[in-house]
Design a protein around this ligand. Structure first.
Ligand code: BEZ
Length: 260
């Protein structure tokens, strides 16, 4: 999921996402266990992508609404799970018509550069005592990749074209914000999750093509192509590349909180 300003720069091709980024929902299954959905509960999947985790939550007998900003993702989610409800909306502006028991979010909140708006959207309809269970990129996330891209742009004399499109907070920063918005933080963990990219030798190129373009929204197509291939070469000198296989240096921030 992404914010409006970056939406056009991210290639949210839903079928490519499902094929090459399936690790996103696979890792998310663990977060569903943290959520502990119960039969009859109303639950929001905030930044639901193509709906796999919403569908998983629904298997517990919960009523799920998936929300995502990308029309392509929502369309695919509706096609895959026609009995579930999905809404297309910007998470930083979304308002619920009804109250709910829990809000869940996997790998989406780092796209929302205004975290206060995202938190406000998520918890407005949450009933007192309701829970928030979220995981997203935390402090240090994909730092090696970002550094390689910045270095490439520097070498090309285009430092100014770099835009940091993501929000990767520390535990302290995010917990504090949640408290300001009336949440009681029950647990918060920042942990390393080196993530093997799919498609072998092409893995980093695929990752950059899907997500990395958000880092240079003003660049021309030929610049983007050139910088991405230079960044991939750069990254081959780092521990992220090993014998034709790529790993992304993911760091996750996982938070469980309850509304006062
Ligand atoms: C992440 O899941 O950590 C992530 C995904 C896309 C871009 C940046 C980070």
């Amino acid at each position: 999921m992404t914010d409006k300003a970056n939406e056009q720069k991210v290639n949210w091709e839903a079928n490519v996402y499902d094929q090459s980024m399936s690790f996103v929902s696979q890792y998310g299954e663990d977060l569903v266990r943290w959520l502990q959905p119960k039969s009859g509960e109303n639950i929001i999947d905030f930044g639901c992508g193509t709906g796999d985790l919403a569908a998983q939550i629904a298997t517990y007998g919960s009523e799920v609404i998936g929300v995502d900003i990308s029309p392509e993702m929502v369309e695919r989610a509706r096609m895959k799970y026609p009995t579930l409800r999905f809404e297309c909306a910007d998470g930083m502006q979304w308002r619920s018509e009804q109250s709910y028991d829990a809000v869940f979010s996997n790998a989406a909140l780092h796209w929302m550069k205004d975290p206060e708006s995202a938190i406000s959207s998520m918890i407005r309809g949450l009933r007192p005592g309701g829970r928030l269970v979220v995981e997203f990129g935390g402090y240090r996330n994909v730092a090696t990749i970002i550094e390689a891209v910045q270095e490439t742009m520097h070498r090309n004399g285009r430092d100014e074209a770099f835009v940091m499109p993501w929000y990767f907070p520390t535990i302290g920063e995010y917990a504090k914000l949640l408290e300001v918005y009336g949440m009681e933080v029950r647990s918060a963990n920042l942990f390393e999750r080196p993530t093997r990219l799919e498609n072998g030798e092409e893995g980093m190129k695929g990752w950059l093509e899907m997500f990395g373009t958000a880092m240079f929204p003003q660049a021309s197509e030929s610049e983007v192509r050139q910088w991405m291939s230079e960044a991939v070469e750069n990254l081959k000198q780092t521990p992220l590349y090993d014998n034709g296989l790529w790993t992304a240096d993911y760091w996750r921030l996982r938070v469980v909180a309850v509304k006062r």
